[in-house]
Design a protein around this ligand. Sequence first.
Ligand SMILES: *Cc1c(COP(=O)(O)O)cnc(C)c1O
Length: 643
Amino acid sequence: MSEWTTDDAEDLYRIQRWSDGYFGIGADGKLLALPNVGKQEVPIALQDVVDELLDQNVQFPVVMRFHDILKNRVKQINESFAAAIADFEYEAPYRGVYPIKVNQMREVVDEIVEAGRPYHYGLEAGSKPELMAVLSYDTGPEALTICNGYKDKDFLRLALLGRKLGRNVVVVIEKFSEIEPLLRLATEMEVQPIIGLRVKMRVKTEGRWSESSGERAKFGLTTSEILNAIRLIQETGYGDAIRLLHFHVGSQLSDIRFVREAVQEAARIYARLVKRGVPLTYLDIGGGLAVDYDGSQTIGLSSMNYTMDDYAGCVVAEVKQICDLEEVAHPTLVTESGRAITAHHSCVVMRVIGEIANDANPIATDPVDDEHILVTNMRDLLADLAEDKNYQDVYNEASSLLDDVLSAFKLGILGLEELARAETLYWRLLRAIAKGLETAEFVSEDLRHIETPLHSQYLCNFSLFQSAADVWAIRQILPVAPITRLNEAPSRNCTLADITCDSDGRIIEFIGEQSNRTALPLHNLVAGEGYYIGLFLTGAYQDVMGDMHNLFGRLNEAHIFCDPEDPTGFYIEEFVAGSSSGQVLNIMQYNPAAMAGQVKAMIDRTVANGQLRSREGVKLVDFYEACLSSYTYLLGPELGELP
Ligand SMILES: *Cc1c(COP(=O)(O)O)cnc(C)c1O
């Protein structure tokens, strides 16, 4: 076998492909962040960030946020549309908005607003608290603020408050019954609203969010509702306010065909409404711009068959063609891309804290006196394997022998010790067959999965439910890769287990060459050395949808900026502490101070009874209090001994 190189690591983990160029591998086998893609002066080694955090006694897991990636994404989408508009001689601008539900973290929104300012990039809100966050940003006089989602009176009042301040706040009507209260409040507050209409699209999309369009969609107005809505709004004297036509056919549109079909349908509706005298000027095509999570560039659920440039080109070309045919002025184009803006910028870096393997701690299997024939037979199979190497025969025999061993144990014929010996020999046999198959020309379907029971589970210090909810909920594929040793051949086939007390808390599907793989090759753990792996593309939805399963709570966060003047290429601008045990307990209605008081009272009683020394009692009280204010995840020895 030729020597393992970083090219082999790239083939295996596909880092450049899924990361859209934001991550790569250094010659020294370190995983690098390249937030400015081609223009990265000094690449950032993730291990250097880990080392700096360890120096500052930061506990893992840590969310690493690369702010320059966010900036780059905002720039890219605006420049993609600008280029398409220039190319097709489209006669109106692009005015994108960022839907904050995708990641509402203040630092994330701050960065997007800053990066978007030169482009008049705006924000979108889908609930009252989101709108309150959005209204606190000054996005400039030309940017849009878009309100989607179901709205009550306060939501509408907040939107009109924004209008009072002179902002371009668009209230998108999702439901016919929102019209009357909106117009009444506008009259009451003496302010001109800007109204958008959400169309229920007929186009059928495919994928996980296909229910967002079609007749059964939750949001939007049917054609007759659109016509009735316009009539009602005009009759109330607000006809001038209808300015935007909106649709959203679902997230992660893997196939550009659906983008094209949806835009065609919407552009036609737009043009026909304009011809009926409705003063529309904005066409808002919602979200859906996908992320290539597995880097396969296909129409698979975790991928996409187009680029951001293709997307912009497709939208601009289709709208232009239909408006030109209909002889209607080109609308200002609005997108509400969220996933594509934030997914790349953050990753979760965690430490592998141990290994769970069936054959990790085997007992001795040397022949003993009075050994049961079933155990001896199993050992003989191992010897056969060394001689004739008919893997299929040996495997078949071993499998039925193992069944016999289990039956014999259940009937009380075999003891625990003999069961353990037979099983250990069986695992060894499987490993030997798996090793032999590596060089075999043909491997039967049966034998292809022989390794599954042999896969190690690497136990990782994180909660899947907090950091990658979609992996659990919708079997989303997220890229996983070690952040060092990429110049070294991995030697273990692993699945990943988290630290929650939930068997579902694991990752058992990974990016593969043709189809997904059920185990990921990783390196062996070395005592005394931390082995850190990254879970990538977590910046959209995953960062903010996590739940409190087992009360682990939010992660420590490092906000990282590029600094080409610094030899490491970065500086950590801010560190945000994750949840402490006291904080998560507080959310569940506990009062940490009272809890500490109760435990102290119990300890005092024990001391008074003479069962505990006073000195020891004080120490235990201090320890309990310290735990309330410390991190919920498992604490290191971060670089210390591995179990
Ligand atoms: C969720 C949502 C978005 C964001 O969709 P992405 O696919 O993440 O870009 C945009 N608009 C509306 C109305 C949404 O509900």
